[in-house]
Write a protein that binds this ligand. Structure first.
Ligand code: NAD
Length: 710
């Protein structure tokens, strides 16, 4: 091969009569403006070179191209010529055949780039897709116009409106790629190009193709899909915009559909949904950065875990480890408890095999990674020991003394407590610097969130090691500080409190749930409580009662409902009545309890508007989040958003509570909090941080940036 010119970030090399253009923009070859400019210039050189008969477009490193550079979203760089969409047309117009050589994740603009080429050869491990809707936007560089023309309407709608990727074999079957490479991708693509030249093939331009099928039938298909979207994801706008653009591909010539796609893309990009989804994406990347812990900290490898307590949480935590291939020893007080714990784990796996989600072999190999014991000495070869016993300080004391006795000197010692003070627990050992909290969420084998509770004396390498462990066991780890409820549950408390107060003042549980569900939560606070079990919140309430200030507003509704033995879904009744299954039915018994409470408080029940319901539920939670930031118990507001997205079902298209506050505007949030404070006093006073940011015209996102610059 001879190199005629090296133009970074696209490298131009000649292989006989074939020009090989290699995109070289690590880490993912995103289509940043430099790449677009360079690729257009290499393309022109290749087209003008009489020795060149065909072009192979390839990517260095992990993939052909990772698509649009997400950092250019909402910036002028995105508009720098040639824009991605023009670049795809430039490629397609080339008089010399262009073969895209696809490897790695070739998604979004990456696939649109390949669709601008005339033919496609892919590596077996390539993954191919148009995930734009997952960021609240639509494919804006010809994807909605070219894909249906190439593979037909039905599969194109599925790929574009779901955003889910497919593998290379599926892509071959659909006709997205023309050849599967079994060996050296670039050599195979060059050989393919030579064959095309030998056969006197011409450039095959997708824009000139016609979508298969009759127009009327195709339009009907679009309408049917629209109804499906309305039913499955009524809140999401990007899939609907995408469908509209695909509709244009049926009814308009390519150029018109292509122009309309740009308009729809712009509209979707300017939406709050897109900003929120992009925020969620970056928040999840950012969460791993812990400012005072260097990225080259030497980590402690975690190859074996000991879990103390084989109850609800211990069992789920053990499953998370063995699912990731990490062996576990489960410790209990008695063989009987161990047998019970193991049979719950087995039943859980069996349910997965029944649903076809897990093979019998895989179940057996996962179970084989669990050993059980009633002897603490058996934790001595574990790299991490996680305590998940009863939530009582005295029990934790006994257990941690045992752990301290038997755990290896360099082992990480963790508690799964949800309410107790991790600093106090650390002092039960002779090595508090080795202790931290790992707050898993229930069911622990399913829920993604892991709050990593950094205590006062926890050493840095332990925090970093557990952060890495979270990834390995497929969790999203977020570092938080020690306080009652940590971050998530501490913010949940005021949200639930407002739900109770709202029903005391004038609405019913279903009114609150409906407003919160319309906002985007899958379940409102009352339906969630019924699902989780009211007895759990009741026990926490009772414990808190001992320290609650006498003048603090408190609703006894939960207490009254639990006294009737109504613990939620599991007892067939809670805030709602459950006739069969999970359908929550409003219950006159509950209405009567609520009315009686309003009378007892001498409250004239009033109509409460949906706006007020939503503001009281969300702003109380946001204000608590701001206090958490102020107290240094979360690193960034975006970390709080990650906690709510992964642990509490906060709607992703809203970005998380703190980002939502930014979108509403902190001035507006603060003014509303002030209004509530004047009306009800209590805990409504805006946090200092929130007020300061509002007064400065700033936002939580800006605050995050400043924290990171410190
Ligand atoms: P659980 O009652 O289901 O299980 C506790 C287990 O610990 C029991 O099997 C018990 O036999 C065992 N145990 C008690 N003392 C022991 C000892 N000395 N040695 C060995 N085993 C012992 O409780 P759970 O719901 O699994 O909760 C465990 C911990 O996780 C608690 O700290 C709880 O606050 C926390 N947590 C629970 C949830 C939840 O939703 N259940 C969520 C997050 C955190």
């Amino acid at each position: 091969m001879t190199t005629s010119e090296n133009v970074s970030p696209v490298i131009f090399k000649k292989n006989g009569e074939i020009a090989v253009l290699t995109i070289n923009n690590p880490p993912v070859n995103a289509l940043a403006k430099e790449v677009r400019i360079s690729l257009a210039s290499c393309l022109e050189s290749a087209n003008q070179d009489p020795e060149i008969l065909a072009i192979v477009l390839h990517g260095s490193g992990r993939n052909l191209c990772g698509g649009a550079d997400i950092r250019e979203f909402n910036t002028p760089d995105r508009e720098v010529q040639p824009m991605s969409r023009d670049l795809m047309n430039l490629l397609e117009k080339s008089n010399k055949i262009i073969v895209a050589a696809i490897h790695g994740p070739t998604l979004g603009g990456g696939l649109e780039l390949a669709l601008g080429c005339h033919y496609r050869v892919a590596d077996k491990l390539a993954s191919i897709g148009l995930p734009e809707v997952q960021r609240g936007v639509i494919p804006g560089a010809g994807g909605t116009q070219r894909l249906p023309r190439l593979i037909g309407l039905q599969p194109a709608i599925k790929m574009i409106t779901s955003g889910l990727p497919i593998n290379a074999v599926e892509a071959l079957n659909l006709g997205i790629i023309d050849l599967l490479s079994n060996d050296d991708l670039v050599q195979d693509a060059i050989a393919f190009a030579r064959k095309l030249i030998a056969n006197s093939s011409k450039p095959r331009r997708i824009s000139t193709m016609k979508i298969e099928g009759e127009i009327e039938e195709n339009i009907k298909l679009i309408e049917e899909h629209k109804l499906l979207l309305m039913k499955d994801s009524p809140a999401l706008s990007a899939p609907v915009y995408a469908l509209e653009s695909i509709h244009n591909a049926i009814t308009m010539p390519f150029d018109e559909g292509w122009k309309a796609e740009a308009d729809l893309s712009r509209i979707s990009m300017a939406s709050d949904q897109s900003r929120s989804l992009v925020h969620a994406f970056f928040a999840e990347r950012q969460v791993h950065k812990i400012p005072d812990i260097s990225s080259d900290t030497i980590l402690r490898p975690i190859k074996k875990a000991a879990i103390i307590g084989a109850g609800t949480m211990g069992g789920g935590i053990a499953m998370s480890f063995v699912n990731a291939g990490i062996p576990v020893v489960l410790i209990e007080m008695s063989s009987e408890n161990l047998a019970n714990g193991m049979s719950r784990i087995e039943a859980n796996y069996k349910a997965s095999t029944k649903r076809g989600r897990l093979s019998e072999d895989e179940m057996a190999s996962r179970l084989s990674r669990i050993t059980t014991s009633t002897n603490y000495a058996d934790i001595s070869d574990s790299d991490i020991v996680i305590e998940a016993v009863y939530e009582e300080m005295d029990v934790k004391r006994i257990v941690f003394k045992e752990i301290d006795r038997f755990a290896r000197e360099d082992a990480i010692l963790a508690t799964n407590t949800s309410t107790l003070n991790v600093n106090e627990i650390a002092l039960f050992t002779t090595r508090p610097e080795s202790v931290l909290g790992t707050h898993f969420f229930s069911p622990a084998n399913v829920m993604k969130l892991l709050e990593i509770v950094r205590a006062d004396r926890t050493s840095k390498d332990i925090v970093a090691s557990v952060m890495e462990m979270a990834k390995e066991i497929n969790k999203v780890g977020v570092v938080v500080g020690v306080c009652d409820g940590f971050v998530g549950n501490r913010m949940l408390a005021p949200y639930f409190r407002q739900g109770d107060f709202l029903v005391e003042e004038g609405v019913m549980p279903q009114d609150v749930d409906n407003v919160v569900e319309t906002y985007g939560f899958r379940m409102g606070p009352f339906r969630v409580s019924d699902l989780a079990g009211l007895d759990i919140s009741w026990a926490i309430e009772k414990r808190r009662a001992e320290t609650r200030p006498l003048d603090e507003r408190f609703s006894p509704l939960l207490d009254r409902i639990c006294q009737l033995g109504r613990y939620g879904q599991k007892t067939g009744a809670g805030w709602y009545f459950y006739e069969e299954g999970r359908k929550a039915i409003p219950d006159p018994v509950i209405e009567e309890i609520i009315f009686a409470r309003s009378r007892e408080m001498s409250l004239n029940r009033r109509t409460i508007e949906d706006d007020e319901i939503l503001q009281r539920c969300l702003y109380s939670m946001i204000n608590e989040g701001a206090k958490i930031l102020e107290e240094g118990l979360a690193i960034r507001s975006s970390d709080i958003d990650v906690i709510w997205l992964h642990g509490y079902g906060f709607p992703r298209h809203r970005g998380g509570p703190m980002f939502y506050a930014d979108l509403v505007g902190l001035r507006n949030v603060c003014d509303t909090l002030d209004k509530f404070y004047r009306e009800w006093g209590d805990k409504w006073e805006p946090s200092h941080l929130l007020r300061n940011l509002a007064d400065a015209g700033s936002s939580f996102s800006e605050w995050d940036k400043k924290q990171m610059e410190k």
